[in-house]
Design a protein around this ligand. Structure first.
Ligand code: URA
Length: 253
């Protein structure tokens, strides 16, 4: 495969866009794998290093359930041993913004800047996200942001399913305590973690319903801003989604 095309596809894959595996897994060497080789063996993905399964981890569920306030939840997460994930990260990245806001934004996982500052979405993609929300009149006082995974995965790789599952009780409790009226699901990883759906290209802009502590919350999947930084042509779709979000938050009578 052409080198540039391969890196574009890999980048899309990392941004949560559904990319047919076969294209990413095209071997660079000339020999084609034997037909009998299972497809999984042809995939490029080596198992992620520092997977939390490499050492026993604490169970987040009883710890999350005990937290009666967001401050307690944060304190218990700061102390939580998330195995190799928290070993590799500088700190737990909890949230930023206004916990009383109607809108809660759910991103994927912290990156380098977030790991350093302890705040989600503060790097380049966070700056774009803030601009996107500002374009419909929302300031940091109008939204509250967290991620499906609260520790930076080593080398900014996507979080694994195990890592997402490990953090899930914290996310559920986080949503329950913040009690937002609307969720904004940012990127393909968050989409599948929150709804079980895959394919952000198809699902963006399609309202979903997420149940947290027995309450159904309307949830809008959008492109990840990191993806929009690489594909600015898609900002027109993002704009449509933002208008739909604004309408949901402030319905015109
Ligand atoms: N991307 C995310 O999904 N979350 C962050 O906090 C930063 C970048």
């Amino acid at each position: 495969m052409d080198k540039a095309l391969k890196s574009v596809l890999e980048w899309w894959d990392a941004a949560g866009v559904d990319v047919p595996e076969v294209r990413l897994s095209t071997p660079r060497r000339k020999a084609t794998p034997p037909a009998s080789q299972p497809q999984s063996a042809q995939k490029k993905a080596a198992p992620p290093t520092n997977s939390p399964s490499s050492k026993p981890i604490m169970d987040a569920a009883p710890i999350a359930a005990k937290a009666k306030t967001l401050a307690e939840l944060k304190a218990s997460m700061d102390k939580f041993d998330a195995g190799a994930l928290s070993d590799a990260a500088r700190q737990c990245v909890f949230a930023r913004g206004n916990p009383e806001a109607d809108l809660m934004v759910i991103g994927e996982a912290p990156g380098r800047d977030e790991d350093i500052t302890g705040k989600p979405f503060v790097g380049r993609s966070g700056q774009l996200l803030d601009k996107m929300l500002a374009s419909i009149g929302l300031t940091e006082d109008d939204f509250y942001i967290t991620n499906v995974v609260n520790w930076r995965p080593p080398k900014n790789r996507n979080p694994t399913a195990d890592e997402i599952d490990m953090c899930r009780p914290f996310l559920d409790r986080h949503i329950e305590l913040a009690a937002p009226k609307v969720l904004l699901i940012v990127g393909g990883v968050s989409l599948s973690a929150m709804t079980g759906l895959t394919g952000i290209m198809k699902q963006r802009g399609q309202w979903q319903s997420v149940t947290a502590a027995g309450v159904e919350i309307p949830a809008l999947p959008i492109y990840h801003p990191a993806f929009l930084l690489r594909q600015p042509v898609l900002k027109k779709d993002a704009w449509r989604d933002l208008l739909a979000l604004r309408e949901q938050l402030n319905p015109t009578k």
